[in-house]
Design a protein around this ligand. Structure first.
Ligand SMILES: CC(C)=CCC/C(C)=C/CC/C(C)=C/CC/C(C)=C/CC/C(C)=C/CC/C(C)=C/CC/C(C)=C/COP(=O)(O)OP(=O)(O)O
Ligand SMILES: O=P(O)(O)OC[C@@H](O)CO
Ligand SMILES: [Mg+2]
Length: 233
């Protein structure tokens, strides 16, 4: 086990903030002081450097929480984050989103890349309505496909993270449970449609880390309750 994955091993809950969406200072402070383990800044469309930097500066000004940039746009790549998450979309029909954009970026930025700060994520996107599903031209995998991707993430690619992504929709806990039985060293991230503490706890039974995104913007009070529920589980 490397030091890199040791950092991830300590986390249970992450809030994902979208730089394309507005959040008040009050809500941002509440998110940062909620007890969550880290903040991911990321999203699929309308991601700009200005939006990313604005959120980062507002967080850094008042809070100590680890900040992660989940890179979806090269233009929005910037120094100053504690960690960088790089998606590799395993169920994309195009090699571009699995490997080629990452390959090009590594060629360009290898001098700036600090291995201990960068985590590649094997994404499996399971909601056909999600922007990321369409944008990366995914196909809808069945349960056997998902299990095989999880196996490949750990045993073929040795990725630190396998991310079961239902962005915008609550997923299938049975599938997450099955995937958890396949992974040993690779951390299982679950994200999608978590709106209540009960949903967070249900998915946290099987996932190493649950990620809460949209409900920060739709029902902040419920979103905040997911932290304690997961931490006390
Ligand atoms: C310059 C500098 C400081 C460098 C530091 C070193 C460093 C970190 C180098 C990194 C190099 C590197 C390998 C970069 C990768 C660049 C890149 C363009 C990657 C693209 C990854 C990719 C395939 C993105 C596609 C979109 C995607 C899968 C996004 C993941 C996040 C996600 C699923 C969000 C949820 O989306 P959704 O809910 O559907 O949409 P909204 O939230 O927007 O509604
Ligand atoms: O926005 P939601 O649906 O909570 O999903 C969180 C995250 O997995 C999105 O990438
Ligand atoms: Mg989103």
């Amino acid at each position: 086990m490397t030091n890199q994955s040791n950092v991830l091993n300590e986390w249970k809950h992450i809030f994902k903030l979208d730089p394309a969406k507005e959040i008040s200072d009050e809500d941002l402070d509440a998110v940062c002081e909620s007890g969550t383990d880290a903040i991911i800044i990321g999203g699929t469309d309308n991601i700009t450097l200005d939006g990313v930097l604005d959120l980062l500066h507002r967080i850094r000004r008042n809070h100590q929480i680890p900040c992660i940039l989940e890179v979806s746009e090269e233009e929005a790549l910037t120094p100053g984050f504690d960690y960088y998450f790089i998606p590799m979309v395993l169920n994309s029909k195009e090699k571009k989103y699995m490997m080629d954009v990452q390959h090009q970026a590594i060629k360009e930025y290898s001098d700036l890349m600090e291995f201990s700060e960068i985590f590649f994520e094997g994404y499996c996107i399971l909601n056909e309505e999600a922007k990321a599903f369409t944008y990366t031209n995914c196909f809808m995998p069945d349960a056997a496909d998902v299990q095989a991707y999880a196996y490949m993430a750990e045993h073929v690619f040795h990725l630190p993270i396998f991310y079961v992504e239902y962005s915008g929709k609550y997923g299938d806990p049975e599938l997450v449970e099955t995937v958890s039985g396949i992974l040993d060293d690779t951390q299982l991230f679950y994200g999608g449609g978590i709106e209540t503490k009960e949903q967070a706890v249900e998915m946290k039974q099987y996932a190493d880390v649950v990620i809460v995104g949209n409900s920060i913007y739709t029902n902040i009070e419920e979103a905040l309750q997911t932290v304690e529920a997961v931490k006390n589980e």
